[in-house]
Ligand binder design. Structure first.
Ligand code: APR
Length: 256
């Protein structure tokens, strides 16, 4: 990687007053988080995501969908944040305002220490009432519930509806508060650090456009490959995030 590019990224980041970090599956690649499709192995290989990740699927077979998420939650519980997640968390100590918007549901930004994370697609480590009986979302801590795990999902302690994972399923709308805030902070971002996203899934892919259009935001993209956002990017760091982001942090410290 060209050192001049790293220094250029560091210079822009050091000047930022309102940084947004937008992340996708790529930031977790070096942690070994299996993607949705990669996790469809063994017993699960016979299923299609549409059979496992929609409200209709849950209504038709709550135990099947619950078991699938238990399995994936178990996979995620065994992985750890990588150097890219830690570098993003470190930015908080160096800059006045850092908000992370992630499409990932693995909770690794929070585990690495990022304190302001907008989870656009939910979080596989959290659960909520299927009826959202006390508002959207009605979060439920399943560690406090007693039920026969082999029977499928537990029941909401308030209304008796099923408990479900707090993730966005196909055909569902994104959480309104998270989406509103993501749009708002993106429109005010002076720098957006985009890490490990193909930039094709909406509405996350709109965030860089908002930063550019509303605030002339400077766009830095960290991705070993080209992606759908490449045409509007100001600076492309074409390397894995776990390798390049710690170098960017070091360059920020030496040039600050
Ligand atoms: N560092 C940085 N980027 C990487 C790395 C890495 N180590 N490894 C892969 N990438 C890049 C890939 O080149 C690709 O452009 O990360 C991107 C991952 O793209 P997707 O798999 O499409 O992930 P994402 O953009 O997060 O997809 C959005 O789609 O499947 C749904 O809900 C799911 O949240 C996901 C959403």
């Amino acid at each position: 990687m060209d050192n001049a590019k790293i220094r250029e990224a560091a210079r822009h980041l050091n000047q930022s007053q309102s940084l947004v970090v937008l992340t996708g599956a790529g930031v977790s690649a070096e942690s070994g988080v299996p993607t949705f499709r990669d996790a469809l192995t063994g017993l699960w290989a016979q299923f299609d995501p549409q059979q496992l990740a929609t409200p209709a699927a849950f209504e038709a077979n709550p135990k099947l969908v619950w078991d699938w998420y238990e399995y994936r939650r178990d996979l995620v519980s065994k992985v750890k944040p990588n150097a890219g997640h830690y570098a993003i968390a470190e930015l908080e100590d160096m800059l006045p305002q850092v908000v992370v918007i992630t499409q990932n549901i693995d909770g690794l930004h929070q585990a690495a220490g990022s304190s302001d994370v907008i989870t656009l697609h939910g979080d596989i480590t959290r659960h909520k009432c299927y009826a959202n009986c006390k508002g959207d979302p009605t979060l439920i801590d399943i560690r406090k519930l007693k039920w026969g795990h082999e029977a499928g999902p537990p029941h909401c302690p308030y209304c008796d509806a099923f408990v479900r994972p707090d993730v966005v399923w196909f055909t569902e709308r994104l959480p309104v508060d998270a989406l509103d805030r993501a749009f708002a902070v993106s429109a005010k971002a002076d720098v957006m650090l985009i890490v490990g996203t193909s930039g094709v899934v909406q509405p996350a892919a709109q965030m860089p456009y908002r930063a550019k259009r509303f605030n002339g935001g400077y766009l830095i993209d960290v991705n070993p490959d080209q992606d759908a956002l490449t045409p509007i990017i100001d600076l492309h760091l074409d390397a894995p995030s776990g390798e390049i982001l710690p170098q960017v942090i070091r360059a920020m410290r030496t040039s600050a």
